[in-house]
Write a protein that binds this ligand. Structure first.
Ligand code: ATP
Ligand code: MG
Length: 461
């Protein structure tokens, strides 16, 4: 069930049509026929949304709206009017309506409007899901995402974690490969022992060998002390070999031997030492292709690729972007001691539509940067770098936010003014910034629409 809806309309036929349509969208529906009944129902029950006609026999929609918002300002109310009129729309918005639609209703528009005004419901559902993750998923709780693409990968990793199988984590740069490696280790029986990470690309061939396997004193120039090596340090634990695609063929042979024999040989020594280490490797290359090209050994590939955790690029899980963005927003507002409440719808829309070649890491960096730049309470598109906005088409959001429905430009303008000022809780400087006009222009427009803050912001009961 998506939520509990109250429909208020004195036209029985219209009422039952709405009931049928909205039930088909998995909402739980209750219906009443006048404003007074609506108020009584709202007093008794926790609704997620009220959908209300304006003209009704007994108590009309506007009066009921006022009373409902007085009882519970948090309930979203959508007003339906029989004909489009600026005055009614503006009055409804002033009284706290979250949207208004013109009859006959366009079903698609109604659906969008309901989805938009109940966004907070979806967010709290996500929050619940996140809490469940935190409670039930142990080490995987740090991996944010509810999209089916990421859930599938998390499931694979969860199954693989407690086994001792070698794991190959593949995925583009910044998709979270290291995060997965850490979660797998923490969810394994080796979690009390160390997880040692090695970036194979950062070391030359000789250095890599002595880092991994250790060396004897005098094994090469500069080796003035013996050294244990990282495989020994990781004994009973896990070694994470990042960028495995970068290791030279000669090292691949040595690594293969370690995996087969479960023993290592220090550089400059003829003794072997048994080790008990689980190996997780990661790469942003396509190792199968590297095998075909002859730059990666096939036998090593098979050894490593017992389980393949394929982390999808962010563009294939855009559903997760708002959640990730919110997480990074929380983290970096705290770190930078700023008070930023969220994102403007347009900024969020741009984030969701961008292609993210640098994946989650890029998103994280861009949000940190936006938080530093942002002067208001909401991150807006201006706080985002130009490459994110390059291919962005803001036209879509205008349609979603202000579903046309026969509204005049004048109406749309007044609704935008009211909506933005509500969002900024009356902060005119911030509202002007979001609307991309000067404060003076904003004030002039408010005057022309005969709007002022007292009328727009609901006074607390
Ligand atoms: N699903 C996720 N939830 C929360 N944070 C994430 C998620 N995926 C990635 N991150 C964060 O994004 C950043 C990059 O992740 P990570 O370093 O694991 O990526 P990577 O695939 O190893 O990248 P590279 O290939 O460049 O080494 C980290 O700060 C990580 O915490
Ligand atoms: Mg990495």
């Amino acid at each position: 069930m998506k939520g509990r809806l109250l429909i208020v309309d004195d036209d029985t036929a219209h009422l039952s049509m709405l009931e049928t349509l909205l039930k088909s969208l998995s909402y739980a529906i209750e219906c009443v026929k006048d404003g007074a009944d609506a108020i009584r129902q709202v007093q008794k029950n926790p609704y997620d949304l009220v959908l209300m006609d304006v003209r009704m026999a007994n108590l009309g929609g506007m009066e009921a709206l006022k009373e409902i918002k007085h009882l519970n300002p948090a309930i979203p109310v959508i007003i339906m009017t029989a004909y489009s009129s600026v005055d009614k729309a503006v009055e409804a918005m002033r009284l706290g309506a979250d949207d208004y639609l013109t009859k006959p209703l366009n079903f698609e528009e109604l659906k969008l409007s309901i989805e938009r005004v109940t966004k907070h419901l979806q967010l709290s559902l996500e929050n619940n899901r996140l809490k469940e993750q935190l409670l039930g998923e142990g080490a995987f709780s740090g991996i944010i995402g509810t999209s089916s693409a990421i859930r599938e990968v998390i499931d694979t990793a969860k199954i693989a974690a407690p086994t001792d199988a070698n794991i190959l984590i593949s995925g583009e740069s910044g998709t979270g490969k290291e995060l997965f490696a850490k979660a797998i280790h923490k969810n394994s029986k080796r979690k009390e022992s160390p997880l040692i990470s090695v970036n194979c690309a950062a070391l030359s061939e000789t250095l890599l060998e002595s880092e991994l396997f250790g060396h004897e004193k005098g094994a090469f120039t500069g080796a003035d002390k013996p050294r244990a090596g990282l495989f020994i340090s990781a004994d009973k634990g896990t070694i994470f070999l990042d960028e495995i695609g970068e290791i030279p063929l000669s090292m691949q042979v040595k690594l293969l031997r370690v995996l087969q024999e479960k023993e290592i040989q220090k550089v400059g020594s003829d003794q072997v030492t048994s080790i008990d280490v689980r190996v997780i490797v990661a790469t942003n290359k396509n190792l199968e292709e590297e095998v075909e090209k002859g730059s990666f050994r096939q036998d090593l590939f098979y050894r490593l690729n017992v389980i393949n955790v394929k982390v999808p690029p962010l563009r294939d899980r855009t559903d997760d972007i708002p959640l990730l963005a919110q997480k990074f927003l929380n983290r970096y507002t705290k770190e930078n001691k700023k008070e930023i409440k969220g994102f403007t719808p347009m900024a969020m829309d741009a984030l969701v539509k961008y292609g993210w070649p640098g994946n989650v890491r890029e998103l994280e960096n861009i949000i940190e940067r936006a938080i530093i730049l942002c002067l208001g309470q909401y991150i807006c598109e201006k706080d985002l770098p130009s490459n994110v906005l390059k291919d962005y088409e803001p036209e879509n959001i205008a349609r979603h936010e202000l579903a046309g429905g026969g509204k005049t430009l004048n109406e749309i303008e007044s609704i935008a003014l009211i909506g933005t000022l509500k969002q900024t809780k009356g902060n005119k400087t911030e509202a002007a910034r979001i609307l991309n006009i000067t404060r003076t222009t904003l004030n002039n427009k408010l005057k022309r629409h005969n709007l002022d803050l007292d009328k727009i912001l609901p006074t607390s009961p």
